[in-house]
Design a protein around this ligand. Structure first.
Ligand SMILES: Nc1ncnc2c1ncn2[C@@H]1O[C@H](COP(=O)(O)OP(=O)(O)O)[C@@H](O)[C@H]1O
Ligand SMILES: [Mg+2]
Length: 394
């Protein structure tokens, strides 16, 4: 799947934001408080709505009152995504629209629509359309050659008005679009990596993908070593190149049935357990485990990957994040690092500004001056340093 465009209204500082073109790899820059974390949280919010319900997702962020843009309590939060995904084996441009507001003081899904064009012409067809917990979904979408009146509309009532229809119906095979979209969102990875969570020995178990906090790092390393040795070896080779001294990394079982990562420094006989290894070493290893995942996430969001890492490594890391899309994934990164930005093409860079309290998002490529400077040999990171990004929006 690939998100093609994005429209958000009344979600915290994102009062009215739309991205008409979203590349597979997008990098967001902007001063503190301009809304980078908020933008990524839109994806985390959607995922939380799906895993629990809308009320819980709002509660985790305070409440509706905290989440809706300041001064807009009477308005609805709108999230609209256009994305490409296969439905019944045909690639479609699907629109998902979610509108959340208060009704008698309670958060409610006021409207939820999943639509796409069935043919080359005509307006998008609503395959799922719900409001206040009631609506319909089409159950024979694969018959898209049939005339509209031959499609089967199933009226449905959800258990409550704060549950997403894609959750309620997405579990049923017969609702193809809802099912496919639900599975996609469930596989989104919005990173909330913490070194202290990744560090330390862990109960032995099985994990194929790095968790959002990174707390299963030894388990995933063990899985890669056992099941995807070539991937593990690539990660190890990269670590050896980037972290002076590292000669081996092993996920070792302890006697009490736990798993611990051990880092071997070529200068010493005994390896170090991860508790005594530098933050940057663990972080680099975790990123490589995330980025070289044999089954990439459809969407990966990572904030400020530069923290704790040596600036000289940024260029390569920026390219590595970009390479994640080679296997079908989409990647959003935020950064303050000019070194990281130097590894990113201008067309992938967006910058955020705060205007009258709310976020605006600009695409670097739309600014002639920035394009000209890059054509003349300037690197994007140097332009960020010289505040050119800011200057062209003033
Ligand atoms: N409901 C809201 N309405 C308007 N602005 C908000 C709301 N909630 C938080 N904010 C503001 O949004 C800003 C964006 O913060 P954040 O996304 O963390 O920025 P960044 O990650 O770019 O540093 C903060 O300055 C905060 O004050
Ligand atoms: Mg932030």
């Amino acid at each position: 799947m690939k998100i093609e465009s994005l429209k958000i209204e009344n979600f915290k500082a994102l009062k009215e934001v739309s991205l008409e073109v979203v590349p597979e790899y997008a990098v967001f820059v902007g001063a503190n408080g301009t809304g980078k974390s908020t933008l990524f949280d839109v994806f985390g919010f959607l995922r939380d709505c799906l895993i629990g319900n809308v009320r819980q997702a709002l509660q985790a962020r305070g409440s509706f009152k905290e989440v809706v843009s300041r001064g807009c309590l009477d308005e609805d939060i709108l999230i609209e995504l256009k994305f490409r995904m296969p439905i019944a084996n045909v690639e479609r441009l699907v629109t998902y629209k979610l509108c959340i507001g208060l009704l008698k003081g309670q958060p409610m899904v006021k409207r939820e629509v999943l639509s796409y064009k069935r043919g080359r012409y005509g307006s998008p067809f609503h395959f799922l359309d719900f409001a206040h917990g009631k609506g319909y979904a089409i159950s024979n979408e694969e018959d898209f050659n049939k005339p509209d009146e031959d499609l089967t509309r199933e009226d449905q009532k959800l258990d409550a008005g704060d549950i997403l229809a894609i959750k309620g119906l997405g579990q049923f095979e017969r609702f193809k679009a809802a099912n496919a979209f639900r599975q996609l969102i469930e596989n989104w990875h919005v990173s909330d990596f913490h070194i202290h969570a990744a560090r330390g020995d862990k109960s032995a178990g099985y994990a194929e993908h790095l968790s959002v906090t990174g707390d299963n790092l030894p388990l995933v390393a063990h899985f890669l070593f056992e099941q995807h040795r070539e991937v593990f070896d690539r990660i190890l080779e990269t670590m050896k190149r980037r972290v002076p001294g590292i000669s081996d990394i092993q996920a070792k079982s302890t006697e009490d049935g736990r798993l611990v990562l051990r880092y071997q420094d070529g200068a010493f006989k005994d390896p170090f357990i991860d508790r005594y290894v530098s933050d940057g070493t663990i972080k680099m290893f975790a990123y490589l485990v995330l980025l070289y995942d044999p089954q990439p996430h459809p969407l990966l969001c990572v904030e400020e990957p530069e923290n704790q890492l040596y600036p000289q490594l940024m260029l390569e890391l920026a390219e590595e994040f970009g390479n994640y899309t080679d296997h079908g994934g989409q990647v959003f990164v935020s950064t303050h690092s000019p070194d990281f930005l130097n590894g990113v093409k201008l067309g992938k860079i967006f910058w955020l500004r705060k205007e009258d309290g709310f976020t605006t998002i600009h695409r670097a490529q739309d600014k002639e001056l920035l394009c000209d400077l890059v054509k003349e040999g300037d690197l994007p990171g140097a332009l960020l340093n010289q505040e050119f990004f800011e200057a062209v929006t003033l």
